[in-house]
Write a protein that binds this ligand. Structure first.
Ligand SMILES: C[S@@+](CC[C@H](N)C(=O)[O-])C[C@H]1O[C@@H](n2cnc3c(N)ncnc32)[C@H](O)[C@@H]1O
Length: 356
């Protein structure tokens, strides 16, 4: 036994305990507007922050101390005997700006929501059973929308669509688009907004998500351009020039069946775009901070979702490009090419057998 290694590991584990609790601190800070009230304000006492946010000073003081201990806010010493704290500008963007690709708020919300199902998922380890996406805590569904939306907002219509073969021109001219597994419709609404001549339909197997997506469309004034329907990836109807799976193919019970179904509903020359979590093809390549987060989400959310459905392929969130290529080629596509990537996503285009 190497005593030094043991002590290093205990130190690391204590840090992780702080991180787990820190997740709840971040969600509280977001929910109550504590971070937003600190943006650009310089050093504040707990009394000042509580007064600005209509919260209890005693709780705010404890929260500020916890956040300072984890380095999320700065402890700036004392003013008239009271501790003062500030939110550095570089932390304010990830914690408050949901238009920035650096935004991490949604990741905390989905992470915290995921752990609510700990006991349920532990039981599934014994039985091998699944747990549907829609049965997860609402923080998972809302957090997922908030986690992925900043990436879609910053990349979808500026980088990813233009990287596909001939798709941008078709969307500008007016095309039929299916966003399958659309969740709360973040990507669906961005597409509808960017390409007014196109007609976009979002499908999801979870009725609650479809209801939320319809509400978002009405709020955005896009209800005349976009439709949301409850349907699974192996049953949706219609003919499309572009079919998209945004961060959901690996959550499906039958991803190969879903891709085969897409082939039957793609118009000649149509495109299948896959957005999947960033992953390497091998396990060692995924032993990274992003991989740790995705394997955690995969254990609590993605694998149970797939196992709750027919076939139960359980690709996992770290399937990687090669495994995804087998899925789409088994479904009759000629190949799969990577057209873009971010630290969180792979962007892949499936090629049709009849493509030039
Ligand atoms: C991780 S969420 C992604 C949601 C959305 N695409 C996004 O990027 O924010 C996965 C979504 O896939 C949906 N889903 C899972 N299996 C499905 C299936 N077989 N058919 C249709 N939707 C499915 C879930 O209900 C959930 O909304």
């Amino acid at each position: 036994m190497d005593e030094k290694r043991l002590q290093e590991f205990v130190g690391r584990a204590v840090d992780d305990v702080g991180a787990v609790l820190g997740g709840a601190m971040v969600v509280i800070g977001d929910k109550l507007g504590l971070y937003r009230a600190m943006v650009g304000e310089g050093p504040l006492t707990s009394r000042e922050l509580a007064a600005r946010t209509g919260t209890s000073e005693r709780y705010v003081r404890e929260w500020l101390s916890a956040q300072a201990a984890r380095g999320y806010v700065s402890y700036d010493g004392e003013r008239d005997g009271d501790a003062v704290f500030s939110l550095p500008e570089e932390h304010a963007v990830p914690l408050t700006d949901e238009t920035s690709p650096a935004c991490v708020i949604g990741a905390f919300e989905i992470a915290l929501g995921s752990v609510y199902a700990t006991d349920t998922i532990a039981e599934r380890f014994r039985t091998g059973g699944g747990f549907p996406w829609g049965a997860q805590d609402q923080h998972v569904l809302g957090g997922c929308e908030r986690f992925f939306r900043p990436g879609y907002l910053n990349h979808l219509t500026t980088d990813w669509i233009p990287a596909l073969d001939g798709v941008e021109a078709a969307l500008v001219a007016g095309a039929r688009v299916a966003d399958v597994g659309c969740g709360h419709g973040a990507s669906t609404l961005l597409l509808a907004c960017a390409y007014p001549a196109s007609r976009v339909t979002g499908f999801d197997a979870d009725p609650g998500s479809v209801e939320a997506a319809r509400k978002r469309a009405a709020e955005a004034g896009l209800a005349d351009r976009v439709t949301f329907e409850v349907a699974s990836a192996t049953t949706f109807g219609g003919a499309y020039d572009l079919v998209c799976f945004f961060d959901c193919l690996h959550d499906m019970g039958d991803p190969a069946g879903a891709c085969a179904h897409v082939r039957e509903h793609l118009a000649p020359g149509g495109t299948l775009m896959l957005i999947e979590p960033f992953a390497a093809d091998d396990l060692p390549g995924n032993l990274t901070p992003v991989g740790a987060a995705y394997y955690g989400f995969s254990t609590l959310l993605c694998t149970p979702s797939s196992l709750s459905q027919d076939v139960g392929t359980a690709l996992g969130a770290q399937a990687g490009e090669s495994r995804l290529r087998s899925v789409v080629t088994d479904a009759g596509f000629a190949g799969l090419r990577r057209v873009a990537e971010t630290p969180f996503n792979l962007v892949l285009e499936a090629t049709c057998p009849n493509a030039a």
